[in-house]
Design a binder for this molecule. Structure first.
Ligand code: O2Y
Ligand code: MN
Length: 586
């Protein structure tokens, strides 16, 4: 089935271990997809949704115990434990292999083993990387077909002699006690068992494009980041590209597909990606980014015409929904969708909706849809060379502390701001609400190696080019003393993006503060927004006492990573503290 000896031998070994009834090499064709869909409809794996309102859309209900990524069961298996860092769970590679071999033994009996060659990144891009996922889940094949570029062309890429990541996945028996997601970055290998859901099973996404790729990127001098990519077109028709990293529940997909407010005539946002960016220093010394993915695996609850019209207009057709609710007419439904809640809903577990059972759609219910269906999809999204990045934006959900926006003083300070990213937990995640969690560069669950080494890698870019992007930090979630959000967010975030682009072009004002360059109330365009100067001042305020506490917290966080923390980041911390103290004393 392939001329690549290494791939052929690996598939043979996996088949001998897992004992499938059949082996199917995926070619990615529409005929193959049609057959798989028919099989899944027949087996009940998929439910057809209303063909008139949602053509070619399907609903999948996962096992109720298998509804999200499982960080506590996700491991980085490096020879040296220290290389994984305290930001990861570590397991000795030999122990992990032995454990997985037991779990994989005979696991595909009675099933078909699908071999999915895939490419992450545009065809013909020097930055694209290949992988092969072996899975016993037709649902995974259907999702991978949307999220990556699967089939013949990707196999040809591998057969031309390029390296590829080997990913072995089985749903196993879906027992959480026998669920593990193992990464072997030194061997470019992933093994996942016991889950059929999202990031645990679609191995091209978080496992390959972030955990394995971040390791490769460090070795090879590039960046694999948990970032959305968007183009911001100004009224003169010039487009600047930005990459932005936010921890979960901060509205990444909404920002990636932002619709500017009516008042901002001539401004437009183009979507390049909503989750992952691979960035390389290009021949011109600038940072160029590609989106390795081809689709969106977005969270459904909260998505509406009001919060994300482009997303809603992406979803009408050819979409796989997972764990959403269903109306009696066979339409998908979730909390936060426009309009009233319909009567007689079927909840995400297939039961008549009863509020006593919780929400109708699972809070982590998802849609899988091709990025090309998005009305704001950039015509540069498939450019082999990627898009040139003018600004990198970090952000978090902070009800206090972080101002609406600030610009870092320089690259080193920008890396510090990224390393210090923190976000308050929301009801969407398990655990207490409102707790501040550090999540450096939003990569805590996804960096495939020690955070100290990762920050050093980021810093190293300043020695390799003088054309690095400017770095910013945003916070859409600051609250007033009554606990009310002060900034309207969503489309109005365009006003902050405008300030960022204008800073990059040397056109917008800001004041130097200990934590960075912060706009004055007159520097951000709030015309027609109904926000008074007092509120704007509060949104941009830096409280010295609060920041004193923040720096103490960051110092403790850095200390938890030991010796490998770069001196440059500790110096940034010391500088900020000294400047705050000096201002206090003045
Ligand atoms: O729960 C999952 O498996 C999905 S997690 C996810 C999906 C799409 C984009 N980002 C994420 C994330 O957790 O960052
Ligand atoms: Mn993500």
């Amino acid at each position: 089935m392939t001329t690549n000896q290494e791939l052929a031998a690996w598939v043979k070994t996996v088949a001998a271990l897992t004992q499938p009834d059949r082996i199917h090499w995926c070619d990615g064709s529409p005929e193959e997809h049609g057959r798989l869909i028919d099989e899944m409809l027949a087996s009940g794996t998929l439910i057809k949704l209303n063909e008139r309102t949602h053509p070619n859309c399907f609903l999948h209900r996962s096992d109720p115990s298998d509804v999200a990524r499982v960080e506590h069961l996700t491991y980085i298996c490096t020879q040296n434990e220290d290389d994984a860092g305290s930001n990861n769970n570590w397991m000795d590679p030999a122990e992990a292999r032995a454990k997985m071999e037991q779990l994989f033994a005979g696991c595909m009996r009675g099933r078909t083993m699908y071999v999915i060659p895939y490419l992450m990144g545009p065809y013909g891009s020097p930055y694209a990387r290949a992988g092969v996922e072996i899975t016993d889940s037709p649902y995974v094949v259907a999702n991978m077909r949307v999220m990556a570029r699967i089939g013949k062309r990707s196999l040809e890429h591998i057969e031309s002699g390029k390296t590829f990541v080997k990913g072995l996945h089985s749903i196993g028996d879906l027992n959480p006690d026998r669920r593990f997601i193992m990464h072997f970055p030194e061997e470019l290998m992933i093994q996942s068992v016991g889950s059929g859901y999202g990031g645990n099973a679609l191995l091209g996404k978080k496992c390959h494009a972030l955990r394995i790729a971040s390791w490769q990127a460090r070795t090879e001098g590039w960046l694999a980041e948990h970032m959305l990519l968007l183009g911001i077109q100004d009224p003169d028709g010039h487009t600047s590209y930005v990459a932005a990293a936010f921890p979960s529940a901060c509205g990444k997909t909404n920002l990636a597909m932002l619709s500017p407010p009516e008042t901002m005539k001539g401004w437009k946002v183009w979507t390049v990606g909503d989750d992952i960016a691979w960035m390389h220093i290009g021949p011109d010394g600038r940072l160029w980014a590609i989106n390795p993915e081809a689709g969106f695996f977005g969270v459904a609850p909260g998505t509406s015409l009001k919060t994300n019209a482009n997303c809603m207009n992406t979803l009408g057709r050819d979409t796989i929904y997972t764990n959403v609710a269903m109306t009696p007419d066979g339409e998908p439904w979730w909390e936060g969708l426009d309009g009233e809640r319909p009567a007689k809903l079927i909840d995400w577990q297939g039961r008549p909706y009863d509020p006593a059972n919780g929400p109708a759609a699972h809070p982590n219910s998802r849609f899988t849809v091709a990025a090309s269906q998005c009305p704001s999809y950039s015509d540069k999204a498939n450019a082999p060379e990627g898009v040139p990045i003018s600004a990198i934006i970090f952000g978090g959900r902070r009800s206090t502390v972080a101002p609406l926006v600030f610009e870092a003083m320089d690259w080193e300070h920008g890396v510090f701001a990224g390393a210090a990213v923190a976000s308050e937990t929301t009801a969407a995640a398990v655990g207490a609400v409102g707790q501040v969690r550090r999540d450096s560069m939003a990569m805590k669950p996804f960096c495939g190696y020690h955070f100290g080494d990762y920050w050093n890698h980021w810093l190293s870019f300043q020695t390799r080019t003088s054309k690095l992007p400017r770095v910013f930090h945003v916070n859409w979630f600051r609250k007033d003393e009554n606990g009310k959000f002060m900034w309207p967010g969503y489309g109005e975030n365009m006003r902050v993006l405008k300030w960022i682009v204008e800073r990059c072009n040397g056109k917008a004002g800001a004041a130097r503060t200990p934590i960075g360059f912060v706009p004055g109330p007159g520097d951000i365009d709030v015309s027609g927004l109904g926000i008074g100067e007092e509120v704007l001042r509060a949104l941009l305020a830096i409280d010295h006492d609060v920041w004193e506490h923040e720096t103490t917290d960051i110092a403790a966080y850095f200390a938890s990573f030991g010796e490998r923390v770069p001196a440059a980041l500790k110096q940034q911390l010391a500088r900020i503290r000294a400047e705050i103290d000096a201002q206090r004393a003045a």
